[in-house]
Ligand binder design. Structure first.
Ligand SMILES: Nc1nc2c(ncn2[C@@H]2O[C@H](COP(=O)(O)OP(=O)(O)OP(=O)(O)O)[C@@H](O)[C@H]2O)c(=O)[nH]1
Ligand SMILES: [Mg+2]
Length: 203
């Protein structure tokens, strides 16, 4: 592994500052060891973590510009371990955007993405939410791969969401995943505001 690319510090935690006008809450969900924390760390610090800790729940902030609009991303890192899944409903409640992460070398983690998607749909009801499916560890050799890209694409197409293969290790498509899920959310918000300003009776 490239030594310069490793950082021992954790990303800074979110604080109790006033709410930003364009706050976008993203929950990163998925089985343990799929690389949720590594993806967040890569996105926020552009580094790959040198050590690994099992996550219970952590929250991070990042300000970014999406289509020339300043947005504050509130990113919720969640636990993948089964014993913490009692917290799943509160994570879903917290967020409007979801990155559902599996690891390309773990079929079971892909099954869990499907289950988590069902749970999000059930819990969110009629509220708007955006989802992007992330197939992490795309850097692994083909002989380690257990989930074909096409299989994930077919599932994603059927439910009408995007799927992106990423590597937190090699910094492939990580920012794209966070931006995509935020953009979908922001576009929906802008559309709603435009309809509101036009006096649409549904608002
Ligand atoms: N090859 C490869 N390994 C990765 C990648 N991302 C993470 N890993 C490794 O996968 C393991 C798990 O990474 P974590 O980020 O801790 O996984 P997690 O999903 O946050 O796990 P929990 O917090 O227990 O739910 C670590 O050993 C990472 O180094 C990647 O893109 N490629
Ligand atoms: Mg973690």
């Amino acid at each position: 592994m490239d030594e310069e690319n490793i950082d021992t510090e954790r990303p800074s935690k979110a604080t109790d500052e006033p709410k930003h006008d364009n706050e976008i809450r993203i929950a990163v969900l998925g089985q343990d060891l799929v690389g949720k924390t590594a993806l967040i760390y890569r996105f926020i610090r552009d580094k790959f973590p040198s050590t690994r800790e099992t996550t219970v729940e952590d929250q991070y902030k990042k300000i970014i510009n999406i289509n020339n609009v300043e947005c504050e991303l509130e990113i919720l890192d969640t636990a993948g371990q089964d014993i913490y899944q009692t917290m799943l409903e509160s994570w879903i409640e917290f967020a409007s955007c979801f990155l559902l992460v599996y690891s390309v070398d773990n079929k079971d983690s892909f099954t869990q993405v499907k289950q988590k998607y069902e749970k999000v749909v059930e819990k969110k009801g009629k509220q708007f939410f955006s989802v992007v499916i992330i197939g992490n560890k795309s850097d692994l050799d083909d002989n380690e791969r257990k989930v074909k890209k096409e299989e994930a694409e077919i599932y994603a197409r059927n439910i009408g969401v995007d799927v992106i293969e990423t590597s937190a290790l090699n910094n492939i498509n990580v920012t794209e995943g966070f931006l995509k899920v935020s953009e979908i959310y922001l576009n929906n918000k802008v559309n709603k505001n435009e309809k509101k300003n036009l006096g649409c009776p549904c608002f």
